[in-house]
Write a protein that binds this ligand. Structure first.
Ligand code: SF4
Length: 337
């Protein structure tokens, strides 16, 4: 997948008749309504600050883009095409639900130079989909993926950890299915419980147990590991740090730590190192790891947590991390001295 910059335009909940238990688009995007005329202003402002050295995509995120009023959808696509024609950006990216994908919609997207489609899979476990009131089935997702794959779009699967009725096994299975169905990339979101959502009510009456930060890190790292093994790029872990997430206002609980992405990568590396050390004589030795230079902090972990954990668990004398340009990103080699 080519590196690019997104200009995200949030189209919140417009046209979505569903009521997923976790959803509060207003709080996630910071927008309360969709003003079609204001989008041009948002785009102009964003284009005045965006970096120009990599391809740019206009990204219509937030709601279910292909479920909004058809007139609005065509307007937004043609508006984005003006920027493409003016040479300001390369293509368009949209996010939507699996059950809002059909040939007619895909034809419109293709004609209008949409390059990337992100599908909110959330889970491939029927029990989880039903407990989360998603309003679609796993077969809807299979159908949508296969239809999109019959065109020439880039396809991203978005999934969540910690949904009602979910387990680590269900989440690992979901990640595996996303890979098998042919995704070009993935986003992983630990469930955040926003105030005034159905999930908030479920948590208050004990029907749902929000993820603790530790659970969110552990389960999301297990899912990240599936994508890493399959070589599917993970383009985002955790929600963007919008105002709500950084201040915590409007959040009841769940996986909303501002550094959740870094913590998940650090846990993933820790689990991989633990696997590699199985069966090795480690007691009293120094573990020397060679990693790509920008990966050092992810290997050390937040406040040196991985270093401490590995030292204790394997009775090491210490952990030394050596930056090495020759290493592949996210990979490591080790020796015990
Ligand atoms: S489909 Fe998307 S926008 Fe609609 S309720 Fe569910 S999460 Fe919210």
């Amino acid at each position: 997948m080519k590196k690019h910059a997104n200009i995200p335009i949030f189209i919140p909940h417009v046209g979505c008749p569903n009521d997923c238990v976790f959803c509060n688009q207003r709080k996630i995007s910071g927008h309360t309504h969709f003003d079609r005329e204001a989008v041009r202003g948002e785009l102009d402002e964003a284009f005045s600050t965006v970096r120009r050295d990599i391809p740019i995509q206009i990204a219509y995120f937030g709601g279910s883009f292909t479920g909004i009023d058809r007139e609005d959808m065509r307007y937004l696509l043609s508006l984005a095409n003006e920027y493409i024609d003016a040479g300001k950006c390369e293509s368009i990216r949209i996010s939507t639900r699996p059950d809002y994908i059909n040939r007619e919609i895909l034809d419109i997207l293709q004609e209008n130079r949409v390059k990337t489609i992100e599908i909110g899979v959330q889970s491939m476990d029927e029990r989880v989909l039903s407990a989360s009131r998603r309003g679609h089935t796993a077969s809807d997702t299979e159908r949508a993926f296969s239809l999109i794959k019959s065109y020439d779009f880039e396809l991203i699967g978005q999934m969540m950890t910690g949904l009602p009725a979910s387990t680590e096994e269900a989440e690992v299975m979901t990640a595996e299915r996303i890979c098998e169905m042919g995704a070009d990339g993935a986003r992983i979101y630990p469930t955040v419980v926003f105030c005034d959502t159905a999930l908030h009510d479920m948590a208050l009456c004990g029907e749902y147990q929000p993820l603790t930060t530790e659970m969110a890190v552990e389960r999301t790292a297990a899912v990240l590991s599936v994508f890493m093994k399959q070589g599917i790029p993970v383009i985002r872990v955790g929600l963007q740090a919008s105002e709500i997430l950084t201040t915590g206002e409007g959040v009841f609980g769940g996986g909303y730590h501002p550094a959740i992405g870094e913590m998940v990568y650090a846990r993933y590396h820790r689990l991989e190192i633990e696997r590699a050390l199985q069966g090795e004589k480690t007691a009293g030795k120094v573990l020397v790891l060679r990693v790509f230079p920008t990966d050092i902090s992810a290997f050390i972990g937040q406040k040196g947590e991985n270093r401490r954990h590995l030292t204790e668990k394997f009775a090491l004398r210490g952990v030394k991390i050596i930056p090495d340009e020759a290493m592949e990103k996210y990979k490591f080699t080790f020796s015990l001295i």
